[in-house]
Design a protein around this ligand. Sequence first.
Ligand code: CA
Length: 230
Amino acid sequence: MTLHNLPDITKAVLFDMDGVLYDSMPGHARAWMEMCRREGLHAEYDEFFGYEGRTGASTIDILIRRQYGRAATPEEQKRLYAIKSEVFASFGPAPIMAGATEAVAAVVSAGAVPVLVTGSGQASLLEKLEKDFPGAFPASRRVTAHDVVHGKPSPEPFLKGLLKGGVAACEAIAIDNAPLGVESASTAGIYTIGVLTGPLPQGCLSAAGADEEIASMDACAARLADILGQ
Ligand code: CA
């Protein structure tokens, strides 16, 4: 695992969305379980925390392969993801993660650029971003499921995030809460802060390549203010 140096000057901070900006992972796991129940697919609630960061299509492929021993068809990927998305949206908006507002504000006030890098294509959250984080994540600085072929843990989403932020890897910091997301950012050559906002065990984000592992987005906001204020 390659560790990275903190940027001399941080020009952009790349934020994951679910489990970083929004406390949305329990809702996603419940929505996946409901889709599986309707479709007769076997699954366990906790497994969806391990898939976090994958595109919906990739997660559906795992479920179909396990049960039927074949790849998911594009039709299945589209239809089952539509069911999952509809169930998730029916729960109402996920709350903003405690500390996320302060973390994004620390970036903006330091004159750095926030960039969104998510595997999600969940319209109900993407549409809320502008209201919850006004001006921080314009469409030109968002990488979503619609922009990538491979998704996390491939470095592709974070490499696209660097492009959209107009910065090099050595000028950026990435924030992600899932092992696959941390792996993606770290492999893209970015200094990566792993934030343990869910049920995963301590040390798992460091093991996935995080340069720092911290316990909450509140702590992340303080750390960003510290780094960017230097
Ligand atoms: Ca996440």
